[in-house]
Structures are given as structure tokens and as C-alpha cells.
Ligand binder design. Sequence first.
Ligand code: ZN
Length: 431
Amino acid sequence: MGRLLTLEKYSVGVGDRFAHQAKPQLRACLMAAQHGVNVIPVWNKSNREHLTIGSQPSATRAAADSAIKSLGWHKPYHVDADHIRRETVDKFVPHADFYTIDVADWIGKPTDGNSLKSFVERHTELIGRLEVPGLEQAFETTQADVERIASGYLAPVQEAGKTYRHIVGEKGAGNFITEISMDETERPQTPPELLIILAAIADEAIPIQTIAPKFTGRFNKGVDYVGDVAQFEKEFQTDLAVIAFAIRQYGLPPTLKLSIHSGSDKFSIYGAIRRGLEKFDAGLHIKTAGTTWLEELIGLAEANGDGRGLVIAKEIYAKALGQMDELCAPYTSVIDIDRGKLPSAETVNGWSSEQFTSALRHDQKNKAFNPDLRQLLHVGYKVAATMGPRYLDALEACETSVSKNVTENLYERHLRPLFVNGASPGSRKNP
Ligand SMILES: [Zn+2]
């Protein structure tokens, strides 16, 4: 393998729907750096978001570059073409140096008999008893298991290979970071499945640096994890062990790490994640896109400078309520809204600034916090996009309050518990 643009150990996917919050997001990374921990910002925006908003990847790049310049960030940063496929990647190529190849739709598609047969013949090491360092229990896998798993995952990995080689043709090998995502699907991948997927990725010669499996439990957008935390912790650690093993076994890049999508706001598993990273001395990429958009709304409702902010926030809620089916459709595997718990538009219209922010802000100790309203607003960014300059003008008018909320949320609720408090003394620089 030649030179490879590498991703640092800890990185955070910061999404910014309207390309207005790159500076406050970067400030959160600067705060982590001041506490001795490098967390590299990666501005990600999916093709889906660009289509919904009517924005272009060049705007993501411009906002990132400008924030870097004005705040004097001298460490690496990246722009991620998030959830792209072969047919949607081209417009990202001049602007992105990180590509998240989404192959979830290919899972379970039939693979040709020959590739299946040769995969199983090539990977006899996967059959039988397999000791993975760091795990108490060995994997016991039969040939039939390997065949069954490979038959579900070879087609997606081959498609990832075609997409990867397409990008190489445009950008040249080694000039970008590659992620493969399988999170937006129905069923989580088990650790033995992850190992087989990584073996297949190595066969395709994809220098993968982040992989986003679907984990056990629900990773709903903008709200806490729903599921068995102990079970998650066990699986997360097993995945970390599998990745470390696959790096050595298959010669994958040593920087390979897990990527957690819909990773914002999963407060109840951050402790488990931190313990896993410490135990395996592992890195992590965590994508937090939507949480920033919600902080924009909180900032608008809170500032309410000339009255515009709260009015716009309420209007977005009312419209989102009216267009709920359409807004939720692209996100069915990552939201869970109890419609009976959504307040009416009329009720919300009567709210004070404080009532609105209490319902929306992710403070589980606040009795007024409403996770259903929060998820609906999470997918409601399309409504703001249709407001055009009216929304953007309000953002600018309320900038102080918006940017304060964006930075605080990202640092205090995300980077600090995940990376800063969790840093072992050895990985911290002396002040
Ligand atoms: Zn994702």
C-alpha cells in the first residue's frame, strides 16, 4: 500500500444542514484540544441532505475552510461525502476527502456462486474455532455459517469496491479516507459478521479506515439510545477486538476504527463506549450531524431578539407536524415517534421561549423535555430549507445565542464525556 491520507484516532462527524455553524462546531474541537485531546472535525453531509435542502457539496467545503482559517486550526480536518453510492458520488469529488460508501441497500442481494465459493476457499481461517485476542470466548463458526454470512455480504462489499475504485479513478489512490456504512438497515451485524465483512473488504483491497455497522438497539436521531446497554457494551467491545484482529490478519490500515452513525445524544452508552476505547486503546469516529441543527432551533427560540427567532421555531414545528409522513419517510430505520405525545401546533404556538427550549433541549432531567417533538424537528430541516433567506437571516440575527448552544452541546454533552473525561492520563498532554 502506498501513501494513504490517514484519519486520526479520535474524530467527530459534524454535520451542518445550512453551512452556518462550522465555527461554533470547530470551537468545540478547540476546547477538547485545550484539554489535551485531539478530536478531528469532519464536516459531513449526505447526498440525501443536499437534495432535501438544495445545497451543494462546494458549500460544505467552503464553510469548513473558512472556519479553519478564521479560528486558526492547525490540525487536520476533513469533508465527508456521507452516504454516497456509485451513482451519487461524482458531485462530491472536487470537494470531499472522505467518502462514506453506503452499501446498506445491497445487503442480502445475491452474489454469484463463484465469488462465494472462492471466498470460502480462501478464508479457511474463518471456519472452526477462532481465538480473537482480547475476547474471553472464541468464535465457533462452521463452513455453513461462513457461506451464509458471506452470501449476504459479498454483494455489498463488491459494490463498495466498485465505488471505491470509481473514486480512485477521479482522485487518485491514497488521497482520501474511505468509510463503509451498513447502519441504515433492519438487522444489526454481529461481531462474526463484522469479521467476515472485513475479510471481504480486504479481498477487495479497499483501504478502509472507518466502518459503520448497525449496532444492537435503536439509534434514533437526536435522542438517547434505546436498548440493553450491557448488551451494547459487550458487542461494542467484541467489535473493537474484531477490528484489531482484522487489521493484523488481513493487512487493513492500522487506523481502521468504528464509526458510529446517529451517534449524537446517545448519552446512556457514552460510558460504555469510553470504557471500550480505553480497554482496546481504540479510536472512534462519531457522527453527530443532526444535533447541531436542533441547537440552531434552540438558539433561535432562546434568543428571540426581535421576536423573529421564536416565531420561526414555532412555524417550523407547525409545518413539520403537517408534513410528518413525508419528512419521516427517508428515516424510518432511525426514528421512532409516538405521535400521541406530540403537542398540537396550537399548544406550541402558545409557548414561551423557555417552554419551547425546555421541550426541545436534550436535558433528560427536565420534565418538559419531549423526545418525540425532538425527533420530529430533527427530520424537519426541510421546512427550514423552504423558508430560504428568512430562516438564514434569523440565524444570523440570533447568531450569539445559536453559536453558544451549538458549541456547548457539542463539547459538554458529546466531546467531553466521550473523549476528554475518558482520556487516560497517558494520552493527555501536560497543561
Ligand atoms: Zn448514517
